[in-house]
Design a protein around this ligand. Structure first.
Ligand code: SF4
Length: 395
């Protein structure tokens, strides 16, 4: 088994390989394999896996891609990620991809799907609508039709029939993947010094660009390593970072938060990989129904979803309680409407429950962290020196 440092270095390389080398190698080994790019936040990757495909997460160029042409496609007052994705398209990074999926999370993603169509990328481009009503009687048929459209598009390319058995097998592999990621976070909650937040980020992000079977092996090895103590505990506060579910913060920002006196115990950085809470059932005999019910009944909360019967401010408070954090850092991409429109609601809940928070904005290519370090450092010191532990009652 590789050492933890070797595994982390490998994951870092995979996570930021903007040429998607491993995914393309995987596809080249079998003529019936397909690559499907998916934008944030969530897409049931099990579906593509069952069709002999690999879903590749497209998360932008981060601070690794210089934007030259991408800016010309967008006005100045929107977030940064779509510009770097356009730049990646124009520079040929997605050559060999068969299709692209754009989950319906905001207007920017909708427009980006239109640009992919205009640029003629892939055999198919799907803007995928999710149910807005979480009652199965209203939404199940609609959602299954959306998913079936993707399967039909892939079938037209590779003629692989998705049987119930294949889909069930794929669901079980991703159940294992989510459960291993959860275990990683759970161990970190107790022993955050054993693995940094940046390490966790690299490990989880690697799973966006490699087959799930390989990612499960990486996770299993890493979990085995951190069962035993490594590193040294430091006197830091425990925080949750919220708002970074789509355009990803630069890794330098994640490191800055931890260097400024915090352990990031919970976050929404790569939320798609952790979207379904718990296992997807596989006993109904109808795995499409199982996938659908998982979305309707086991989705986490996010600014891009409005679930009227399950207010996200309550779910945020429940998560704080579960993770026993000392405070929240609201970090959102500049001009991200979904995240920023939610902040007043979430921050009011924090005030009502005496949860300390700070907030700032970032771009995926932010390079200066001095001001953020000072802000986070002051936050951490003030909680350590003067604050009472967070106790949330009366949800
Ligand atoms: S960062 Fe926000 S505004 Fe930009 S594409 Fe993502 S959800 Fe939409």
């Amino acid at each position: 088994m590789d050492t933890p440092d070797v595994i982390i270095r490998k994951c870092e390389e995979l996570a930021f390989d903007l040429n998607f080398t491993r995914a393309k190698e995987w596809k080249a080994q079998d003529a019936s394999r397909v690559l499907v790019g998916n934008m944030p936040i969530y897409f049931p990757r099990e579906l593509v896996h069952a069709a002999n495909g690999l879903c590749v997460g497209i998360l932008g160029g981060g601070d690794k891609k210089l934007i030259i042409k991408g800016d010309a496609y967008y006005q100045s007052y929107i977030c940064h990620m779509p510009r770097s994705i356009v730049e990646l398209v124009l520079d040929g990074h997605f050559e060999g991809f068969d299709g692209f999926i754009f989950p319906s999370i905001c207007d920017v993603i909708r427009n980006l799907s239109g640009m992919f169509q205009l640029m003629g990328k892939g055999t198919f481009v799907k803007y995928l609508d999710y149910p807005q009503n979480f009652s199965a009687s209203v939404s199940e048929d609609f959602y299954i039709n959306e998913l079936q459209y993707v399967l039909d598009q892939i079938y037209a390319i590779n003629k692989v029939e998705v049987t119930a058995e294949r889909l069930k097998n794929s669901i079980q592999l991703y159940n294992k993947n989510r459960s291993l990621i959860t275990e990683l976070y759970d161990i970190r909650q107790q022993f955050p010094w054993r693995l940094t937040a940046a390490d966790v980020y690299h490990i989880v992000r690697a799973g966006y660009v490699i087959p799930v079977e390989e990612h499960n092996e990486i996770l299993e090895a890493m979990i085995q390593h951190i069962q035993v103590d490594r590193g040294k505990p430091v006197d830091k506060i425990k925080v949750m970072v919220m708002g970074a579910f789509c355009e990803q913060p630069p890794v330098g920002l994640i490191k800055t938060i931890e260097m400024a006196g915090c352990y990031i115990i919970e976050d929404d950085f790569l939320l798609g990989a952790r979207w379904v809470q718990g296992d997807i059932e596989t006993t109904s005999g109808n795995p499409m129904h199982d996938l659908c019910m998982a979305y309707l009944e086991k989705s986490t909360f996010s600014s891009s979803v409005y679930d009227v019967n399950n207010p996200k401010e309550n779910r945020l408070m429940e998560l704080i309680k579960k993770r026993k954090v000392d405070g929240i850092i609201f970090a959102a991409p500049s001009f991200c409407d979904p995240a920023l429109l939610d902040h007043p609601i979430l921050q009011k809940a924090c005030n009502d429950h005496h949860v300390r928070f700070i907030s700032f904005l970032y771009s995926e290519n932010t390079g200066q962290f001095k001001v953020i370090k000072e802000q986070v450092g002051t936050f951490s010191d003030s909680i350590k020196l003067w604050d009472e532990p967070v106790v949330i009652n009366n949800l």
